[in-house]
Write a protein that binds this ligand. Structure first.
Ligand SMILES: *Cc1c(COP(=O)(O)O)cnc(C)c1O
Length: 458
């Protein structure tokens, strides 16, 4: 067969207009927002790559499903459809809906993590870390060393460092480890996948110490696709079978349906431990809602149930992973340093590599993110010392391991020419890198400061 492009496996049924504000409007917007791109109005952005969370386009099947939503307070039909779908994919016996992933984390950690505990993971996502710390515990990242080297090309850079995991458990004492978590794919580590072999090794350590293994499963389908592409023995397995095998190695998961649920809102905790699930449900009732809706409308549960099946479609996953890789290839070919290989949901620009003249305390990745908006109305997000730096009592920060700008690709939302436009903006900004200056923080919150901090140019 002659070469054929991997195309968007859908046609567009409903559109939303986008527009590029003028240079002056962008500059004013930046000043008003204190140079924090979370403070922009979405209408001030032409291509919004802030997040792939809840920003995807739903399918006609999902919208049709929403009309079937059963809004009964207790025992809604939509809940049972949702529950059945989650059970089919994960195999976990207890399914608890939540309004999004962080609610799942809070409910689980409030019942399973206590002060002084240590929760190991490959890399905790920001809300996961914050929710662990909120319980007075430590969130410890144990990704393999290559996982923090942006230039190193490896098939599974999201893997857990098994030696470090063992050492952590021995060092801290098993009684202070409430669970081991693994994030698939590893969002804060560049969207890099975790291999089945590594999950099996983590499982073996957990078995040895009788510890539960919880997956942060937000991008389970993308991780499954990478395993199919890259791990020997999985070439002929379906994404669903691979996902089922991944979940079979764990005791539970937290999930944001805003990612691989292909929904605009929603999440869940799923567990095998019925006693823990009962405690989680009690807390759910206090803050989210009755256990058969968990803070969601019946129609949201329908959309998630359909989305969780659509996300495992091979045509969808082939296009999804290829479209991210396409952006990465374009900017890398032009000499822009990025995390390689491309992650599943995002391309991560390496600001440390591109802006070596800006020290970490002047937030090079923040500077790069601001510049992408200033240049072309493209919004990405800083994943560096603003998000993960540790503020010290003397006002300085311990910098993050990497200074990245994440360009997250919403699911089924932008076309190839949109992505070409983004690549043009990135390359243009990179050409003028030497002129870009750093920022200082003028206001910040005690946790998750990146959402609301204000900056000024140094
Ligand atoms: C998005 C995300 C979460 C949190 O989910 P929300 O729905 O945003 O609350 C947790 N972990 C990972 C890896 C994520 O990407």
């Amino acid at each position: 067969m002659p070469h054929r492009s991997i195309i968007e496996p859908f046609r567009i049924k409903s559109v939303q207009a986008i527009d590029l504000p003028s240079v002056e409007e962008r500059e004013q917007a930046l000043q008003r927002a204190g140079y924090n791109l979370f403070g922009l109005h979405a209408d001030e952005v032409i291509i919004d790559l802030l997040t792939d969370s809840g920003t995807g386009a739903m399918s006609a099947q999902q919208w049709a499903g929403m009309m079937l939503g059963d809004e009964s307070y207790a025992g809604a039909r939509s809940f049972f459809k949702f529950e059945k779908t989650v059970k089919d994919i994960t195999g976990f016996s207890e399914v608890i809906p939540t309004h999004q992933g962080r609610a799942a984390e809070r409910i689980l950690f409030a019942n399973a993590v206590k002060e002084g505990d240590v929760v190991p993971s490959n890399t905790h996502f920001d809300t996961t870390r914050a929710n662990v710390e909120y319980q007075g515990a430590e969130a410890r990242d144990l990704v393999i060393a290559e996982g923090t080297d942006p230039a190193k090309v490896l098939p599974f850079k999201g893997n857990v460092d098994i030696t470090a995991l063992r050492a952590t458990i021995d060092d801290v004492g098993v009684e202070r480890i409430p669970m081991v978590m693994v994030t698939v794919t590893n969002n804060s580590g560049g969207g890099q996948p975790v291999s089945m072999a590594n999950l099996r090794d983590v499982r073996a350590v957990c078995d040895e110490y009788s510890l539960p293994l919880i997956l942060d499963a937000c991008r389970f389908a993308e991780n499954a696709w990478f395993i199919k592409l890259r791990e020997h023995g999985y070439e002929d397995r379906t994404p669903r079978e691979i996902a089922q095998e991944m979940f079979s190695l764990a005791d539970g998961c937290t999930m944001s349906a805003k990612k691989d649920g292909l929904a605009n809102i929603g999440g869940f905790v799923a567990l095998n431990n019925a006693e823990l699930a009962a405690k989680c449900r009690n807390l759910l009732i206090l803050t989210e809602g009755f256990p058969t809706y968990g803070g969601l409308a019946g129609y949201d549960l329908e959309a998630i149930a359909v989305g969780l099946n659509e996300v495992l479609d091979e045509n969808y996953l082939r296009y999804r992973i290829r479209s991210t890789e396409y952006l990465a290839e374009k900017v890398y070919a032009a000499g822009v340093p990025i995390v390689r290989p491309a992650g599943g949901h995002a391309v991560y620009l390496d600001a440390k590599g591109l802006l070596p003249h800006i020290p970490p305390e002047q937030y090079p990745a923040q500077a790069l993110a601001v510049e992408l908006y200033r240049n072309g109305g493209v919004r990405g997000v800083e994943i560096g010392s603003v998000m993960f730096g540790k503020p010290q009592p003397d006002g300085t920060d311990i910098p993050a391991a990497m200074e990245l700008v994440r360009l997250a690709i919403p699911r089924r939302t932008y076309t190839q020419s949109h992505i070409d436009f983004v690549a043009e903006v990135v390359i243009d900004v990179a050409m003028g890198a030497a002129e870009i200056g750093g920022y200082r923080i003028t206001e910040q919150a005690p946790w998750l400061r990146h959402f609301t901090a204000r900056f000024e140019p140094v």
